[in-house]
Write a protein that binds this ligand. Structure first.
Ligand SMILES: Cc1ncc(COP(=O)(O)O)c(C=O)c1O
Length: 392
């Protein structure tokens, strides 16, 4: 009666975390460092714009986005990446998660070179990638992203049999959870590989504005500089992290004309367009950089704090961007439980974000720590983690 295709999905990370911890009392004041929910302030004017447009909840919103919102997004892409797109090449999303999921529906073919298509993804990874692949009856292939590969997947190392069946390839830069950044040469190699084996790159770049000192290069920027097929790269961006508005549910997808025609067609049938007041306010937020600069500065202070606290911990790797620490702890689940029971600090075992492969499970020895809490609370949490797990 019910589909089998999802029967191998592990329970989602957060119910799993609750099952691990909630039968045990916290050993101190509870400090939440498990969920990547931004806590810095969003711009105060967001409420005023919403209020000014509240009457537009009475209307069905335009599926493809208002012309003004699409122009604002195209303007942001031009400023950030120096790439000029026609506004029809961008589409607002209800946050990137649903767009990353639905991209598989819109773009993955039924077969690839006469066989079952493959969808590549990093391991560990943002969990929606795998569900998207399974939903379209593609084979998800998990490619370990470890210290040895600079915490980014080495897709070049895959056998030709896999690459020739590859239809789509997810890549996250800056990476959740490791904070690694794909530099220009990484993008060039990946785009060249995709050109050679004719697959599309789905670049999840929702942490692109949260970095230390240098803005990470983007997939579209590099593909354009290379003169790659305009359909090769599809990018996903969000206001959740950049602007501290995870509850607004607002992001976008952008890509080549044919890609976007397919995304648009599917969304015309099955998409959930952003309510008009949300489109109006999103337009203003994409156009503003002042609040993003402030937000980034707060994360930069937290990165420095983490470096100070963990500087002497063997194996500590300062994140390049994003807002997570990916800490080596031996056994991630045991460390998470110990930390909770001894200190009340709540983190996520790395293995809840990764899968077993023939080359092991790259998340097992790690915990992921979100640097989203206010500064003092973050400092207290990080110090407790160091003292409890590294005995320093
Ligand atoms: C890597 C990554 N991609 C996508 C998302 C989805 O973000 P949103 O749907 O809020 O835009 C998240 C959120 O945590 C994320 O970490």
């Amino acid at each position: 009666m019910f589909p089998e295709r999802f029967s191998n999905l592990p329970p989602y990370a957060f119910p799993r975390l609750r099952a691990l911890l909630d039968a045990h009392a916290p050993g101190g004041k509870v400090t939440h460092m498990s969920i990547g929910e931004p806590k810095h302030a969003f711009p105060a004017w967001v409420g005023d714009i919403l209020a000014a447009h509240v009457h537009e909840f009475a209307k069905y919103p335009p599926n493809d986005g208002t012309p003004e919102l699409r122009a604002a997004i195209a303007g942001w892409i031009a400023r950030r990446y120096g790439v000029s797109l026609d506004p029809t090449q961008v589409m607002p999303l209800n946050g990137t998660r649903e767009g990353l999921y639905n991209a598989g529906m819109a773009l993955c073919p039924e077969t690839r070179n006469g066989k079952q298509p493959v969808v590549l993804m990093p391991n560990p990874f943002y969990q929606v990638y795998a569900v998207s692949a399974v939903s379209v009856a593609a084979e998800p292939v998990f490619v370990n992203a470890t210290r040895d590969t600079g915490h980014l997947p080495d897709y070049q190392s895959l056998p030709a049999e896999i690459l020739d069946r590859t239809a789509l390839c997810y890549i996250c830069s800056p990476a959740n959870p490791q904070g690694a950044v794909a530099d220009e040469s990484y993008w060039r190699r990946l785009i060249a590989l995709a050109e050679k084996h004719d697959f599309q790159i789905l670049a999840d770049e929702c942490y692109s504005d949260l970095y230390r000192d240098t803005a990470p290069p983007g997939a579209l920027q590099v593909a354009t500089a290379m003169g790659a097929d305009p359909e090769r790269v599809v990018i996903f961006h969000s206001l959740s992290k950049r602007s501290n508005l995870p509850g607004l549910r607002s992001g976008f997808v952008a890509g080549g004309p044919e890609t976007m025609a397919r995304v648009r067609q599917l969304r015309a049938y099955a998409g959930a367009p952003l309510p008009l007041p949300i489109q109006r306010v999103s337009e203003k937020i994409w156009a503003d950089e002042a609040h993003v600069t402030e937000n980034r500065a707060l994360y930069q202070r937290k990165f420095d704090m983490a470096d100070r606290i963990f500087g002497n911990v063997p194996g500590y790797e300062p994140p390049q961007a994003g807002f997570f620490l990916w800490l080596p702890v031996g056994d991630g689940e045991a460390a998470t439980l110990k930390l909770w029971q001894d200190t009340g600090v709540r983190v996520l075992p790395g293995a809840y974000l990764s899968r077993d492969t023939n080359h092991g499970n790259p998340g097992e020895g790690y915990i992921r720590v979100a640097l989203v809490a206010p500064e003092l609370e973050t400092e207290r949490g990080l110090t407790a983690i160091r003292d409890c797990l590294y005995g320093q």
